[in-house]
Design a protein around this ligand. Structure first.
Ligand SMILES: [Fe+2]
Length: 367
């Protein structure tokens, strides 16, 4: 008997040119707006060119200091700006980092404690400021999730904040905004989409709606990635759609062991997030094939990869090594990685028995 719950309180506007909807979405309810972005987006993409002419009736502050893997310090800087300029609405513009930072700043704008305290379980005293997300890459799915990932730069730890109040109110997914993204970023973010879809499909929280999204998203990525890397516009539109589907799936199922194991590669070796997931994907699939309680689901995913010659051939085609030693990881570090992974909540919804020994053996199999 099937029983499930689905809740996605985000108004989604998808399609080429939909960025032009922004002014009508904001209307006259808000006057003081903060755009949270990073220097790359602010300087290179066409997004600001499309947005700023629509902003003439508003008081707009541009906060472009978000780094890759936003830190708690950046959120505090954002809180100061919000209070200084009496901000009423926050727009997160860019890849996952600016959108996640926008969510964190929206929380801190209306709540006095630190983000670490809220992540440790302190309840929010007030609703965050409303958030509009505008992705410029096809990857994170942050535009449709109640998650934001932040990095403790001193402890080299990435953690996700999850709260139903940080769903964006509106997300505009305009594939034209992704056209200026580099080939490398297209490949890395596609690996994020794929692993979101795969982990959602394997999660103990998987359900019929998310299964449908995943099984639509994965073939789209496998088919569209090669032309998308060559900046074929129809393929880039497919990637944006696949990213949205995978994002909606993880909003309900979360990510599982693979994302948890990839985080140390990013915090300790600066491997980009999506790529870190891709590097560990063959070893993760092998472990799940042998030791999970959902072997028939693993077979479904492996069959999908057969259309491109298997997962290892797929990574080889992207020129992405799946050996950790190629990224400077040494055997002596693996115990530190394991300690960072074993505490993650994501392990509870991974349908396999996960111990420190098992995590270490998966890492070791990739050395
Ligand atoms: Fe991800």
């Amino acid at each position: 008997m099937v029983s499930f719950q689905f809740h996605l309180p985000v108004q989604i506007r998808f399609g080429k040119g939909r960025i032009q909807d922004l002014q009508s979405i904001i209307g006259d309810r808000f006057k003081r707006i903060l755009i949270v972005t990073d220097k790359g987006v602010a300087e290179k993409s066409r997004a600001l060119e499309a947005i700023l002419p629509q902003m003439q009736d508003y008081h707009v502050t541009l906060f472009n200091q978000v780094e890759q893997n936003p830190s708690y310090k950046t959120l505090e800087k954002g809180r100061e700006v919000v209070h200084r300029d009496d901000i009423e609405l926050i727009i997160g513009l860019g890849g996952g980092s600016p959108m996640d930072a926008a969510k964190g700043i929206a929380v801190l704008a209306k709540n006095e404690k630190t983000m670490q305290e809220y992540m440790a379980g302190e309840p929010l005293d007030a609703d965050p400021l409303p958030i509009i997300c505008i992705p410029t890459t096809s990857g994170t799915g942050s535009e449709v999730t109640p998650f934001a990932v932040f990095t403790d730069t001193e402890e080299q730890v990435k953690d996700a904040f999850s709260h139903p109040q940080i769903f964006p109110a509106v997300s505009i997914i305009d594939p034209e905004l992704t056209y200026t993204v580099s080939k490398t970023v297209i490949a890395n973010t596609a690996l994020d989409v794929l692993t979101h879809a795969i982990e959602a499909y394997f999660s103990k929280d998987a359900q019929p709606f998310t299964d449908a999204m995943v099984l639509e998203a994965i073939p789209l990525v496998l088919e569209a990635l090669a032309p998308a890397i060559k900046h074929n516009e129809d393929a880039m539109e497919k990637m944006a759609y696949a990213s949205l589907l995978a994002g909606m799936a993880i909003a309900h199922c979360s990510t599982i062991l693979l994302h948890a194991m990839a985080y140390p590669l990013t915090t300790m070796h600066r491997v980009p997030h999506g790529k870190a997931n891709g590097i560990l994907l063959p070893a993760f699939l092998k472990f799940m094939r042998k030791s999970s309680t959902i072997k028939e689901r693993v077979a479904v995913i492996e069959q999908l990869f057969e259309t491109v010659g298997g997962v290892e051939a797929f990574l080889d085609g992207l020129k992405i090594s799946h050996k950790l030693t190629d990224y400077g990881v040494e055997s002596s570090e693996l115990d530190i990685f394991v300690k960072k992974v074993i505490v993650k909540e994501d392990l509870k919804i991974t349908p396999a028995n996960i111990t420190e020994k098992i995590i270490k053996s998966i890492y070791e199999s990739t050395m």
